[in-house]
Ligand binder design. Structure first.
Ligand code: 5GP
Ligand code: MG
Length: 179
């Protein structure tokens, strides 16, 4: 698996230090009470697990299955909600976590759904944000790292279902990603 990586973009220790800082910001920013964290599966799983253990606040966790990539290396342009049940968010302060902000369509669509469902506030956090023009402008409250416009894997992010368990963020070799 590691042989398929051309270069490590963000090392494990660097991610861990950044998560300490973001967790501190979250603790300061959210009002008293239990916050509701919504994790976008499967990409944000690793990021969320490592981040939330650093947040010393009462919180509840919900997960949403949303698809926009369908296993390839570019966005399909459509955001599909795959769950039959949508979490109860009315009057809740929500922290929405995704792995990476690319075109912005996913976060935009989910944030809109949460707002329509009556959330009191929706804060957003991503491990990575690609430096590029977005199809949908979304305000992100917590960004781990800004990266260039290239396809990355690891730390939750996959290519055709694999590489999510790499402890760092890296770039695949061209011959593996078929580019
Ligand atoms: P957006 O809707 O912002 O275009 O895309 C967000 C989703 O696309 C992310 O949740 C992620 O699943 C996928 N994605 C975008 N860029 C990358 C990337 O570089 N690598 C991987 N593995 N997934 C990506
Ligand atoms: Mg995803």
């Amino acid at each position: 698996m590691r042989d398929d990586i051309e270069r490590v973009l963000i090392a494990e220790e660097v991610i861990e230090k950044r998560l300490d800082l973001i967790a501190g910001e979250i603790e300061r920013d959210f009002p008293e009470g239990t916050l509701l964290v919504i994790i976008l599966l499967k990409g944000a799983l690793v990021f969320a697990a490592d981040l939330l253990r650093r947040v010393a606040r009462p919180l509840e966790i919900e997960c949403l299955n949303v698809a926009s990539y369908h296993g390839g290396t570019s966005s399909s342009g459509q955001v599909d909600f795959l769950d039959r049940r949508f979490p109860e968010v009315k009057d809740r302060h929500v922290l929405l976590l995704d792995d990476i902000l690319d075109t912005g369509r996913t976060l935009h669509a989910v944030k809109q759904r949460l707002t329509e469902a009556g959330a009191a506030a929706v804060h957003t956090g991503v491990l990575l944000a690609k430096d590029k023009e977005r199809s949908e402008e979304v305000e992100v409250d917590y960004t781990g790292f800004r990266i260039g416009d290239e396809f990355v894997v690891g730390y939750g992010l996959d290519y055709q279902g694999r590489y999510r368990n790499l402890p760092y963020v890296g770039v695949l070799k061209g011959e593996i990603a078929g580019i």
